[in-house]
Design a protein around this ligand. Structure first.
Ligand code: SAT
Ligand code: MN
Length: 595
């Protein structure tokens, strides 16, 4: 160890875990580039990582084929009673879960080194930031955490002698016997994987997976599940939202926070290049927002992370040029394909596919192959500071004031391009009823519609009905300083399966309308589901799309919406007595307006 730690809680805990997991050695991370380089060199030597000749300081990892995405069915919220976790979370009694997992952890780090990773979610010493310490036996996790969080010695300084932290225990769950050779991506079989949260104790235990959301415990586990439970107790918000700053040609700034489920374009929207002349977008975050009511009475947001963990397939100079520029150096790629000249490749990248590549399963691949070269949930992990449009205020400790909230998902039908809520409660109703067709970001069937309120279904660390109530109460506290709420769907399709809206940079047209609504300048028509722009309310200059598309994008089909209301009613029913009456009223009002 190169530094001294005199935080008693930390030293005790590290000792306790070491006795349980029995690693060969313990290593305290200092967070330096030298340390990162040495760990990477070790992983290159062992065959776990491949350096990329075409990109300086970039490495490719291939996961075990069973460990490619978050495993929601193995993710648990262990509250004292089942009711506190609510119907949308998997629940196990905390004592029972600890007994099961303690047995798994026993000796699980044999033959491996245990790394101690002190990290801060949010700028170190920011009043909104929280400190966590992750123990892990995966050097891939250490290197990824160095990109995704502020980690190392500086955090130990901020923690001090008696500072508190959130303990995050992680093991890949693959001990090595004496002389046993390691595999490139160690992990445990599905039935032994656990991603467990104990919100009453602010404690995280993860076992058996090396994949991002299951293993980088600062991200979904701490910054969303544990933080959302803390936020409801303490009166702030931890949300699955990107944060961006939009500037109009006069230089006026608008801050937008938007919630979409995983792999629905948050990263693309956060870095978009507006197609409307004079408008500019700057990135603050692409996945998580922590928000507090500031002394000015407005909601201020910070991005607790310091890196981007984005989906690679589909990312191109056409869809997200700023991401493409960001990943030119210092990037970890996972489950992308490797080209013969030593670069990464994935489906949807610009240009023709390579004539030959090594696919994510380490097999030979040519364009004639039926299977994709990159896994559909292949990822890049990159420092946020490398994004060419990162906002100069992205690390401001007090955050930026939010003007607009956007909810949405992937819906090929029913939902119009954009709708503005009538008021806060109506906006919360939109958030609570958000639905999306599933993607490869989670293990399971793709393309099935599921309700994903506030894009938080997999990330809410307590009863979702209480979470809805928390949103309603935040609105009461914010009053007329509350952000305006909109609902979007970039993913509408025609009956024959074509995209109706071009998306990406063209989404700036929709964002511009929102900003002008905030200013009271843009028009809208009142419909049963909210305020919608007419064609002439949107700036469509220079956009060449068929008249028929616009008509479909901006219309409300009453019959489809009556069916939607019935499906919402069924969805709400599962929450029982805890469900806020104010949202039931919203549903009744919608039904009335639909007639
Ligand atoms: O895989 S992660 O959970 O880290 C990313 C995501 O699914 O949003
Ligand atoms: Mn996410």
């Amino acid at each position: 160890m190169t530094y001294t730690v005199n935080n008693k809680k930390l030293n005790n805990w590290v000792g306790e875990v070491a006795r349980l997991c029995q690693p060969d050695s313990i290593y305290w991370c200092d967070g330096s580039k030298k340390e990162y380089d040495e760990l990477m060199a070790g992983m290159v030597a062992s065959g776990a990582a491949t350096p990329l000749k075409q990109r300086p300081d970039c490495y490719l990892f291939r996961s075990d084929p069973s460990d490619v995405a978050r495993t929601e069915e193995r993710t648990y919220i262990a509250t004292p009673t089942r009711d506190e976790a609510g119907p949308t979370n998997n629940w196990i009694d905390p004592n029972e879960l600890k007994t099961t997992m303690t047995a798994l952890y026993k000796g699980c780090m044999k033959g491996r080194r245990m790394y101690v990773i002190p990290f801060s979610m949010g700028p170190i010493r920011s009043p909104i930031a929280k400190i966590g310490v992750q123990l892990t036996d995966s050097p891939y996790v250490v290197c990824s955490m160095r990109i995704m969080t502020r980690m190392g010695e500086a955090v130990i300084g901020a923690l001090g002698v008696d500072g508190d932290f959130i303990p995050c225990l992680h093991s890949v769950g693959a001990p090595l016997a004496e002389g046993q050779k390691d595999v490139p991506w160690p992990c445990a079989p599905m039935e032994k994987k656990y991603v467990s949260h104990f919100p009453q104790e602010n404690l995280i235990w993860s076992f058996g997976s090396g994949y991002g959301g299951n293993a980088l415990l600062g991200k979904k586990c701490l910054a969303l599940r544990i933080a959302s439970a803390m936020a409801s107790r303490e009166g702030w918000m931890a949300e699955h939202m990107l944060i961006l700053r939009l500037k109009n040609p006069a230089g006026k700034q608008y801050h937008i926070a938007a919630a979409f489920p995983s792999a629905c374009g948050k990263t693309n929207l956060a870095m978009m290049v507006p197609t409307i002349p004079g408008w500019k977008c700057e990135t603050i975050g692409e996945d998580i927002a922590w928000m507090k009511i500031a002394p000015d009475g407005r909601l201020h947001a910070i991005n607790p992370e310091s890196g981007f963990f984005g989906v690679a397939p589909g990312t191109s100079y056409a869809s997200n040029p700023m991401a493409m520029e960001s990943v030119k150096k210092n990037t970890i790629f996972t489950n992308c394909a490797l080209t013969d000249d030593g670069d990464v490749w994935w489906e949807g990248m610009d240009g023709a596919p390579p004539a030959h590549a090594i696919d994510w399963k380490d097999g030979h691949w040519t364009p004639a192959n039926k299977t994709p070269a990159a896994h559909p949930n292949a990822r890049f992990t990159v420092p946020a500071s490398q994004c060419p449009v990162i906002c100069s205020d992205w690390e401001k400790p007090e955050g930026v004031p939010i003007d607009i909230f956007i909810f949405g998902g992937r819906r090929s039908n029913v939902v119009p391009l954009v709708t503005e809520a009538f008021d806060w409660d109506h906006g919360v109703f939109w958030g609570a009823t958000a639905a999306s067709e599933t993607t490869a970001a989670i293990v399971g069937e793709i393309g099935v519609l599921r309700r994903d309120p506030f894009a938080m279904t997999p990330f809410c660390g307590y009863n979702m009905a209480d979470y809805f109530r928390h949103w309603l109460e935040m609105g009461d506290r914010l009053g007329n300083k509350a952000p305006r709420i909109f609902y979007v769907d970039w993913f509408r399709k025609s009956p024959d399966g074509r995209w109706l809206w071009p998306g990406f940079g063209e989404n700036s047209r929709v964002l511009k309308w929102m900003c002008e609504r905030v200013e009271g300048r843009a028009g809208a028509k009142t419909t049963p589901i909210g305020y919608l722009p007419t064609e002439s309310d949107l700036d469509l200059t220079g956009l060449n799309i068929p008249e028929e598309n616009l008509k479909q994008l901006l219309e409300v089909d009453i019959d489809e919406w009556r069916a939607e209301a019935r499906s919402i009613e069924e969805f709400f029913a599962q929450f029982g007595a805890r469900f806020p009456e104010r949202l039931t009223r919203q549903l009744r009002n919608l039904e009335k307006r639909l007639g």
